[in-house]
Each structure stands twice: as C-alpha cells, then as structure tokens.
Ligand binder design. Sequence first.
Ligand SMILES: Cc1cc2nc3c(=O)[nH]c(=O)nc-3n(C[C@H](O)[C@H](O)[C@H](O)COP(=O)(O)OP(=O)(O)OC[C@H]3O[C@@H](n4cnc5c(N)ncnc54)[C@H](O)[C@@H]3O)c2cc1C
Length: 512
Amino acid sequence: MIKQGHEWARDETLRCDVVVIGSGCGGATAAMRLAELGHDVIIVEKGGWFTREDFDQREANMLAKIDGGRGLHTSVDGSISLTYGNNVGGASVHYWADSYRTPPDRLALWEEEYGLTGHGLSELTPHFERIERDLNVHHPDEAHTNRMNQLVHNGGKALGWHVARVPQARKGCVMSGHCMQGCAYDAKQSQLVTHIARANELGVRIYSDLEAVSLRWKGDRVDALTAQVLDPATRQPTGRTLTLEARAVVVAAGGFGTPVFLLRQGLQKRLPAVGQHLFCNPCPMIHAVFDEPIVQWRNIPAAWCVEEFRVATMRGDQYVEGGYLLMPNQLQPGMLAAVLPGVGASHAQLMAQMPNLGGTIAWIDDADEGSVTLEGGRPRYDVPVDGANGLRIRDAWRKQARLLFEVGARELIFGDAADTRLTRASGIDAAVSGIDLRPARNLLAAPHPGGGTRMGSDAETSVVGFDHRVHGTDNLYVSDPSVFPTAPSVDPSISIMGFSYIAASHVHGALA
Ligand SMILES: Cc1cc2nc3c(=O)[nH]c(=O)nc-3n(C[C@H](O)[C@H](O)[C@H](O)COP(=O)(O)OP(=O)(O)OC[C@H]3O[C@@H](n4cnc5c(N)ncnc54)[C@H](O)[C@@H]3O)c2cc1C
C-alpha cells in the first residue's frame, strides 16, 4: 500500500515491527527482505511517489520532481554538483542501471584494512546472485550500444586498455535514452519496479511525502520515530505529524541523507565519525566534437567501460595513475546546453553541432575524504577536489582526452570556467595541467555518495558495527552506502543492495 502526503487527514500514531527511513537501493531492499522474513514494515520516504505515467521525458520537469536538489545542490564551495534522488525508489529512479558487484579486491581491502567482518565475498555472493536475477542484470548487446559507446570501446582497445561490457539492470529496454528522467517504459529495473513493487505485494506500508524528523528514545533504545507529512505539490510541511512506534528503526536515507539524519539526532556527540569520511566519486567529464553524428542522448548510457584504471597505481606513497572507471557520457540536450561553456554566439555555435557532440566521464575513487556537518541545522557538504583527488581528476582528464583523440575527435571541450579547449593530442598534458581546480571553476558531478556513518568496531572512528547497528544503541540500524569504509570503486547500487540483505538479516536476528 502506497499512501501519499495529501491522504493524511490528521495526526496519527501507528505501530509496526520495523520502520525504514528512505526507499532507495538500501531502504527498499532492506524493507522487502524484512517483509519476506515475516516482519510488519513501514517505509518512510520524504520524496514523492512517481510512476511511468509521470515520467514525461522532459528534462526540466523530471529534474525538478525526482532530483533531490532540483539539479542545483552543490558542495559548500561550489566545487561539486550533488546529484541524488528524492522520491519513492530514490536515486535508482534516475540512475543509469550499471550493475557491478563489489570487486573482490575492494572487499579484501575492507576486510584487511578496515577490519570488516561478515561482508566478504562468501557472504555477499548469494545475495548478488539473487539481486542480479531479480533485476535481470545482463551484458548489453550490440543493438544497445550507441555510437559513443562504440567509440569508447574502439579507443580503449586501440590504446591497449582493458575495456569491458557494463552489466545492466534492464528488461525490454526500448533505447529511448531517458534513463535519468525516470523510465517511462518500466524497462530500467529501478527499485520502483523491483524491490518496492515486491515490498508492496508483501504488505509493506509505503508512505511517500513523509519526512523522518526525530527519534524518541527510552535509554539506548529507539521507541518511536516522529515524521512530518509534506504537501506533495509544494514539498512544504502540512502541519500533520505521524508517530511511528517500532521495535527497530533502519536508516537508509542515502549517502548524503543518512549522516544528516543522525547528526540531527545529536549522535555525533558520542560518535564523532558521524558525517566524517564522506566519499562521492567526483566525476570529471570532457565533451568532444566529432565529424560524424554521435547523438549521445539515445540508447543506454553505458554499454562499454574502460576498466583499466579502476584501481590506482601507486609507487610506494606516490600516485602514478588511475583510480577511476572511464565511461561514455550521456547528457540530454537541455543538460548539455546547461553544461557547455559560453553564452551567446559561441554557445549557439556549440549547440548547432549538438548531434556531433560526444563525450566521456570518469567516477573518481575518492582518495581524500569529505565531510558533512550542520550549519544552522542545514547540511554543509565539504568535498576536497585538490590534493590526492585532484591528481586523479587530472589523470582521468588526460586519459579521456587520449581516448577521444584516438577515435577522431576534432575538438575537446573541458567545460571549465576558462573554457579550455584542445585540438591536438600533443597539447593534452599542458592543457590538463593548466586547468584551475579551485572551487566553482569546473563541473564535477557526485552521484555516488557514502561513508558518512561508516562501519567498524570502534565507536571513536566508526558509527555502526558489523551488524549495521549504531554503536551504543539497541535497535537503530543503517542500511545504505553510508556504512562503506571507502567508495566501492564501481557504481555502487549492487553493493548497497548486497549489504542491505545482510543488514536485514541482522535486524531479523535481533527481533527473533
Ligand atoms: C544520475 C545518476 C546516475 C546513477 N547511475 C548509477 C548506475 O548506473 N549504477 C549504480 O550502481 N549507481 C548509479 N547511481 C547511484 C545510485 O543510484 C545510488 O548510489 C543509489 O541509488 C543510492 O541508494 P540509497 O538507498 O543509498 O540512497 P537513495 O537512493 O538516495 O535513497 C535515499 C532516500 O531517502 C530519502 N530520505 C532522505 N532523508 C529522508 C528523511 N529524513 N525522511 C524520509 N526519507 C528521507 C530520500 O528522499 C531518498 O529517496 C546513479 C546516481 C545518479 C544520481
């Protein structure tokens, strides 16, 4: 049952076994699994409920509805554009559906350097197998490979790099290219059409337009959650309040949202790591003018990926290269217009070439951590893009530039404030070294946040234990990428779902 904000006529107190805050990959998976295990579950989601009927394929409309910050939220100094979902299904509703398991080397790092237990290959593999079945994860075929993807494949191969198919969570994809506006065909296997749909069938009560505000405590035990009802049209509080009494509360408000919720509960006083160790995979991109049509906004965004540089190469403490996935980019015309540099005639000239514009993007595996703190009650996200992250960002630009020239790009456009452009491969090093990484001079997106309530055994340096329970509490859990000790080095959705299966089993064990 899905109930929206306008359907609440008065304040109410409701009871259930488990309240789950957030309905993205973490919350939807945990809620569905807990329902399968026999629990009475309520999902509290502050965003709206939108379905295929609402996904009108208009960028401005959909950005306003399902992007958490309406496309306008940035880190505090303007360095990073924060992209996240704010709707039933969370960011998966506008994700690309790239579906990687957590690489074994990353799980080994988490075990060996961060001491994680119970989240290794053997524990996660059965969950990954089921998730892949349920989301129809498969390798895309040639028909689902647009021209930009072919070029990334050809260029990577020509340069001798490891290029691989990107596993995709899709069923009956019609290649519209509107993945980021919500799939109007229900082909993309977002949480909305998979785990939320299944949770709904199992009797989970899903409340959209309902913002979790505060926890009521009895000693170390959370006794109830107070949530405010929002008006679906204005997103403002209606004045109605729900009190949800539960035996356990699972916070799955996303990598940007979960640390903020815990900070607002004052938990950093005893758990100083709340809001620290934030990662977000900053994404440097390059636009490229070709002599042939690319039409980057059609078909699936990522069918091929350069995996050669996923793990950074270090010589002792010295960074050599890598630490990112390199992907084809996909931007719809409106977004392209927003991110291409210039105004007036120079911008119009670029837009006139739009069909021939391609591009690439890289997810940087954060080397420097960020943080989120509260300032006057509002979140302030700090993400460093100079230092070690800056080395990776510049290297990713260099490799993207090499690949794009290799496959015949006529001109590269870095999209920075100085409008750096390049027409010859011999100029790559000088151009990239000259890009100013100071705040607000580049367009770097951040679609993969986490780490802000990381997992560990020590309450001084971590927030949740290996059973996903917040240290020092009896029944408060976290089930999203906020628990990861570092970024997973690939797109995170499958890792989040795998961890959430494990979180659900711990909650179940505690309630038994
Ligand atoms: C454009 C884009 C493309 C992406 N592409 C891919 C991809 O191809 N593959 C991949 O693996 N990943 C991709 N990602 C990332 C992936 O979508 C996310 O990492 C994942 O969906 C996050 O799931 P989550 O459960 O952690 O959080 P979210 O999906 O962010 O869900 C958290 C939910 O909690 C809600 N919430 C927050 N605070 C409260 C509160 N106080 N009360 C109630 N509700 C609250 C939010 O509204 C939100 O709906 C992409 C992301 C973006 C933005």
